[in-house]
Design a protein around this ligand. Structure first.
Ligand code: FES
Ligand SMILES: [Fe+2]
Length: 450
């Protein structure tokens, strides 16, 4: 390995300058009406959602002809299906007879799409094929004209994205340089191990903002100080409102005194890599590099292909917030996709989806040699996990968990929404760490013409 192979990925300066699509230069005030107003919520459906590429779901759910899944987002419902020709296509999930929703399940397999109201039947590619008692339509029915209305779609890295406006930029142009930063993690080869949705009592942007800064981490996620150096997270701000944060892992919060011994949490993680925590007493800050080396050496033996990842990527965590509502968080063997979906009518409600992925080791890894002592990788389920949807109260009461960190965020977020309703609050005041929120909202303002 040469140094140049594993250097830090290219990043952009903190604030993007110039360009036709540059965000407005002034930093827009982030006022509570963005989170509370039904008028703004309605405007988002004219100006924001149709012009963005939205993460719709997973390619594994439309892997075979006849498989489909549905993206319900605000008032819209989009049906993604695998056609007989092997294409992945998207259509509005609305019957062209009298507007009924066609598919009400999350996902499944069908021979063709049959509207439950009067039985109009559409092929897997959306074409209208059967109209019961067609003679009753004495003006005639042209099946081509009455087919399901298409939506643009794109399959990338095991994910499916949709865009409702024909004139919006291509997916490639929309997502920009972060596409290349995500690809080395080989998300498409990871296995879905958990599929959860929590119904939240906050605006969809309030929860998305929460994942746009690390300022709160020391206050509500104290456990992070034991393994990540969140205050030193580096940020990148991209065109179209996307942002990235790069956080060093296998270290400690450098604003706190550095402990002499690895913390319990670190010990557990180091053992999964065959590192002896005792060797690092008094050398805590050497652990990160040792982890990089251990992963680099052990990866191929254990069946993990790290060739495309830099040394930093082997120890660190990176989170890409993809405008307007999705996030991809990456580590070498795990990934999360999280997504905020607006409620159909209420700006103070939303859905927060969390898809958890694990990289399965290659079945060809046979030579475990010296590494026999290393723990087996996380179990991979035989089947795709069922979607589990619940209320924030279930998380608060401890009946459901989305992992401790997200649970802590879920506990808090309703109170943020409630606080913003007060006559005593007029706009947000952001610090440098919260520049990602400002950047996101500058682009939100640009889309919304605010
Ligand atoms: S609304 Fe679908 S068949 Fe009538
Ligand atoms: Fe958080």
């Amino acid at each position: 390995m040469t140094d140049t192979t594993h250097r830090v990925p290219d990043r952009v300066p903190n604030r993007i300058q110039g360009g036709d699509n540059a965000p407005p230069s002034g930093q827009k005030d982030i006022t509570p009406d963005r989170y509370l107003s039904t008028d703004i919520m309605r405007d988002e459906w004219d100006k924001l959602w149709p012009n963005s590429w939205v993460f719709a779901g997973l390619a594994i759910d439309v892997a075979e002809p006849g498989e489909y899944f549905v993206l319900n987002i605000g008032p819209e419902s989009i049906l993604i299906s695998h056609t007989d020709n092997g294409e992945i296509v998207a259509h509005y999930n609305t019957c062209q007879h009298r507007g009924a929703r066609i598919m009400v399940n999350d996902r499944g397999w069908i021979k063709n799409f049959v509207c439950p109201y009067h039985g109009w039947t559409y092929d897997r590619d959306g074409k209208l094929s059967v109209v019961p008692d067609i003679d009753l339509f004495s003006n005639g029915i042209n099946c081509d004209d009455q087919s399901l209305v298409p939506v643009r779609s794109e399959v990338w890295a095991g994910t499916v994205w949709v865009c409702m406006d024909e004139n919006a930029p291509s997916f490639e142009d929309f997502i920009g340089p972060i596409k290349k930063q995500i690809e080395p993690y080989r998300l498409e080869e990871m296995v879905l191990v958990q599929d959860q949705t929590v119904r939240l009592e906050c605006n969809w942007k309030a929860v998305f903002d929460n994942f746009g800064e690390l300022y709160h981490v020391e206050h509500i996620h104290p456990q992070h100080a034991l393994i990540f150096d969140c205050p030193r997270g580096e940020i990148a701000l991209w065109e179209n409102g996307h942002t990235t944060v790069y956080i060093e892992g296998f270290t400690v919060n450098t604003r706190l005194p550095v402990p002499d011994q690895p913390t319990k949490l670190m010990e557990k993680q180091m053992e999964t890599m065959g590192l002896d925590p005792k060797e690092f007493e008094g050398r805590i800050l050497d652990i990160r590099e040792a982890v990089q080396k251990a992963r680099r050496d052990a990866g191929p033996v254990l069946g993990y292909d790290y060739d495309q990842l830099t040394d930093d990527q082997l120890s660190d965590i990176v989170q890409h917030n993809i405008f307007p509502n999705s996030m991809i968080t990456l580590q070498p063997d795990t990934a999360l996709i999280m997504r905020a979906r607006p409620h159909r009518t209420d700006p103070s409600k939303c859905y927060w989806d969390k898809f958890t992925f694990v990289m399965p080791p290659s079945p060809d890894a046979e030579n475990v040699g010296d590494l026999q002592h290393m723990p087996k990788p996380k179990p991979i389920p035989d089947q795709r996990p069922e979607h589990d949807e619940f209320d924030q109260e279930d998380v608060i009461a401890g009946r459901k968990t989305m992992d401790i960190t997200v649970d802590q965020d879920v506990h808090l977020i309703r109170d943020v929404q409630n606080g913003m309703r007060s006559r005593g609050f007029s706009k947000q005041v952001l610090n440098d760490d919260e520049a990602r929120i400002q950047h996101y909202h500058d682009w939100y303002s640009w889309f919304m013409e605010l």
